[in-house]
Design a protein around this ligand. Structure first.
Ligand SMILES: Nc1nc2c(ncn2[C@@H]2O[C@H](COP(=O)(O)OP(=O)(O)O)[C@@H](O)[C@H]2O)c(=O)[nH]1
Ligand SMILES: [Mg+2]
Length: 558
């Protein structure tokens, strides 16, 4: 049962909207479970715990003293006069009682008073601190004794009988089915008593109400006259061990069922919270899917005459530079490296270099970004921004998400341009290597004659390069569109015979799928920032599981 101890909120994030209510529920349930365990340990023959409960100055301490016939508990109107609990118990039980007080954490605030003048050997009588005490510790002690008691003597005074806090305690006991006797103390007026009785009967039929008349002065103990005889009888009843057994057994059953009820409510609340988390995560994921879908459709850009022309110019430039100038292969490779390093960091295609200047100098991020088609880092950034905006909108529009909204603002950073670029570099594969691999593969199936021709020509490199650029800039759709018109005319006949067009399609398809994956991964990593934070709001899974197991075992025994 220690399951709820040490982690009174089961690891919930305090920023969660219903945190205080949930935490209180969990603590209450923990208290009940502890009480069940405590009672089990003591068994059904342990003396009954009779607690005098009531508001400040009602006369609890006076009644306590009167019942044990000793001026044990301090009496007074200065509040709160009684600090902690005053407990009267049979001598042989003192050690057990001390253990109990230590276990429940209010040993230092309580006093034990062994019975002397009047002894009930099967009764532990507790003068509890005022439940309406301004001191929190007093309230807690009073709450605990409420839970642990077998029988409650609830004291109201004529001055304060209409008090709402008192009403709440009685209501609670009634709901619980706990044995409770209500006492109107310091009663002087017949009307007030009748009035109190009436209002009690209305709400709690068959509630037993007893009256103790006011005596003169400021007594700290009442004379043993018929004012308290009734209560002495109640206590004396427990001289019979059968009565003890009956009451403790009945109270055990009530405690177990109220604990089960509390467990169910707590689990329901936790389930509701978890459903809310699932809902917000689902919303974020749906938004991500929508943005991805939208961007994917934008990735299928359509070509135009202008695009075709530019691709041609780009090819011409490349061929002129590497083929016609017979540049050594290493120079081409270096150029490749440079082009693709830049492409990897800036993404889209560039066939803007219409003049004959070296592409090494011409390829720059600016010219990529100037491209009027294809997609770029700017496009990824824009869609991430659109995604973040949609998430913010949904978090603001749904009342159910109000706490998630501020949590997202506080704990979910948006990816910066720099991070997006880095992410892209990480997820996009090394195109240069891919093309080199293609080149090697292509060579393998060739006859010696064809291979020789291949070494003498850089056309293949140039065509590979342009293909990759087109795929990065406009995807497979664009490539298909321009393959026959803009690219194929530059491919020599002997190369065409070697099914080069299919190879180009294959390369383009792969590059295209890589860039789509890269985009999706970046967007999903932004979405994950949200969902990860929402998932860590708690509660701790193991504790919830424990709670459910407890609930199940209770169900079988209640
Ligand atoms: N006159 C009169 N005063 C009472 C009676 N019962 C309690 N008191 C006074 O009410 C005040 C509060 O009593 P106390 O037992 O300390 O109340 P508690 O705060 O509920 O423990 C004390 O000054 C008592 O003397 C009564 O029957 N007659
Ligand atoms: Mg008192």
């Amino acid at each position: 049962m220690a399951v709820l101890q040490g982690q009174p909120d089961l690891g919930l994030d305090p920023r969660v909207k219903n945190y205080p209510a949930l935490k209180k529920q969990i603590i209450d349930t923990g208290g009940l479970l502890h009480a069940v365990e405590w009672r089990n340990r003591l068994g059904p023959y342990f003396p009954v715990l009779i607690c005098i409960l009531g508001g400040t100055g009602a006369g609890k301490s006076v009644l306590f003293n009167s019942l044990i016939a000793a001026k044990a508990s301090k009496v007074g109107l200065r509040r709160p006069c009684t600090r902690g609990a005053m407990i009267s118990c049979p001598l042989p039980l003192i050690d057990t009682l001390e253990g109990f007080l230590n276990e429940w954490g209010f040993r230092s605030e309580s006093q034990i008073f062994p019975y002397q003048a009047r002894t009930f050997e099967n009764v532990i009588l507790v003068d509890t601190p005022d439940f309406d005490s301004i001191e929190k510790s007093n309230q807690i002690i009073s709450d605990h004794f409420f839970i642990l008691s077998d029988l409650i003597l609830f004291v109201a005074s004529q001055e304060k009988y209409a008090d709402m806090a008192g009403r709440k305690v009685i209501r609670n006991a009634f709901k619980w089915g706990k044995e409770i006797r209500v006492i109107l103390n310091k009663a002087v007026s017949e009307d007030a008593f009748a009035d109190f009785q009436q209002s009690l009967c209305n709400e709690f039929p068959e509630m037993e109400l007893t009256r103790i008349d006011r005596i003169e002065g400021i007594p700290d103990i009442l004379p043993t006259d018929n004012r308290i005889t009734h209560f002495l009888n109640v206590l004396e009843k427990f001289e019979s061990i059968d009565e003890v057994f009956m009451l403790r057994n009945a109270e055990n059953t009530r405690l177990r069922s109220i604990t089960l009820e509390n467990l169910e409510t707590t689990i329901d609340s936790i389930n509701n919270f978890q459903a809310r988390v699932r809902k917000v995560i689902h919303s974020v994921e749906t938004i991500a899917e929508n943005v991805i879908e939208k961007v994917e459709s934008q990735l299928d850009v359509s070509g135009s005459k202008d695009v075709e022309e530019r691709i041609q110019v780009r090819l011409e430039n490349l061929l002129r530079k590497y083929d016609i100038l017979y540049a050594p292969r290493s120079v081409v490779r270096m150029a490749f490296r440079k082009v693709f390093t830049t492409i990897r960091s800036a993404i889209p295609a560039n066939w803007v270099a219409r003049d004959e200047a070296s592409i090494d100098e011409k390829v720059s991020i600016e010219t990529f970004l100037q491209n009027d088609y294809g997609y770029s880092l700017a496009m990824i950034e824009a869609s991430i921004a659109r995604f973040n905006l949609s998430v913010a909108e949904i978090l603001s529009s749904e009342e159910d998400f109000s706490d998630f909204r501020s949590i997202a603002l506080e704990s979910c950073p948006r990816l910066t341009s720099e991070q997006i670029r880095t992410f892209y570099e990480q997820v996009f594969p090394n195109i240069e290597q891919l093309l080199e691999g293609e080149f090697e593969k292509f060579k393998q199936g060739l006859s010696t004659a064809d291979e020789l021709k291949l070494y003498g020509s850089y056309t293949l490199w140039a065509v590979f390069l342009v293909t990759a650029e087109v795929a990065i800039g406009g995807g497979i759709t664009l490539l298909d569109m321009v393959l026959n018109t803009a690219i194929a005319p530059f491919i020599p006949k002997w190369l065409l015979k070697l099914k080069i067009v299919d190879i180009l399609r294959d390369i383009a398809a792969r590059v295209d799928s890589y860039r789509r994956d890269a985009f999706r991964e970046i967007l999903q990593s932004q979405a994950k920032i949200y969902t990860d934070v929402f998932l860590t709001l708690g509660p701790d899974e193991a504790s919830v599981k424990n709670l459910m197991n407890l609930r199940d075992s209770f169900k079988n025994t209640v």
